[in-house]
Design a protein around this ligand. Structure first.
Ligand SMILES: [Zn+2]
Ligand SMILES: [Zn+2]
Length: 280
């Protein structure tokens, strides 16, 4: 079982790894910079080497970097679009330096220009970001909850962007809360089977590289991106058990993004997932 949390790097990369180890994690997700955007400080060579070393020693893999929330890849505004592509490129390089194999992307909102245009803008931004790129980062599109004019809430949206990308080093990060909020039921064994079957036939399960394991604070189809503790939301323990035990999900790395004010919150959610995880 590969299980990690989204952890803060505000105390430095070394502290971040210590935090993961203390919680018993063997996977992780970080921001490589402030999630609110702005210019990122350069990464120092010794800190990135130390980070990679510590992840290796402590068997933390995969490491995923999440792009800042503020970016909108789906925008038709030329300046915002260019900025988003630049930030993605920077984060791809930062991910490479940190030894992170995945860069998780929020696709953003079309703001009234329509889903198709929004999806084309996402692919264009990513193709621009990828120009002459020779690193190892695999781009992962994260499904959205479909709030407002967000794109990427249907499996068909994700598939269409993957098809427009000029690389094959790409895949999907599936967020259970977002999927449920977008109308993909995960609350029963039957529903999980139906949802994962759809994913498999539309996108293909081999494209699923990472799971954001979050329960949902609002009912099916709410479009609200509000995460709840594992088992305490509308997906519930039954839904999570069915999801984790499903043959299509077996061995996929799990990252928790549940609300956490303290380590006790993380520990409770880690324990909740472990209890529901199928015994090998
Ligand atoms: Zn997520
Ligand atoms: Zn979310």
């Amino acid at each position: 079982m590969r299980l990690g949390i989204h952890t803060s790097i505000s105390g430095g990369f070394e502290k971040a790894v210590q935090h993961l180890v203390a919680l018993g994690c063997n996977a992780c997700q970080i921001f490589s910079r402030s999630p609110r955007g702005g210019k990122a400080r350069g990464l120092k060579e010794d800190e990135v080497i130390r980070f990679r070393e510590l992840c290796f020693i402590n068997d933390i893999a995969p490491v995923a970097v999440h792009i800042p929330y503020v970016l909108n890849l789906a925008t038709s505004d030329p300046d915002m679009h260019k900025y988003a592509a630049q930030m993605v490129r920077e984060d791809m390089e930062r991910a490479d330096a940190l030894g992170a194999i995945y860069l998780v992307l929020h696709m953003g909102s079309h703001k009234g220009n329509g889903i198709d245009k929004g999806l084309r803008q996402v692919a264009l931004a990513l193709n621009n970001a990828l120009k002459k790129y020779q690193g190892n980062t695999v781009l992962l599109l994260e499904n959205t909850s479909g709030a407002g004019t967000e794109v990427g809430y249907l499996f068909e949206h994700l598939k269409s962007v993957l098809e427009m990308l000029e690389i094959d080093k790409s895949g999907i990060c599936f967020d259970t809360c977002h999927g449920f909020a977008a109308g993909y039921d995960l609350s029963t064994g039957e529903a999980v089977n139906e949802t994962l079957g759809q994913f498999n036939s539309i996108i293909g399960i081999d494209k699923l590289k990472l799971i954001h394991a979050n329960d949902a604070m609002f009912p099916l189809g709410s479009t609200k991106d509000r995460h709840a503790d594992i088992g305490a939301g509308y997906i519930g323990a039954t839904g999570f058990r069915a999801f984790l035990c499903h043959p299509l999900i077996k061995d996929k790395p799990l990252i928790l993004e549940t609300p956490a004010a303290s380590d006790a919150d993380w520990k409770r959610n880690i324990e909740a997932l472990k209890v529901l995880y199928p015994v090998p």
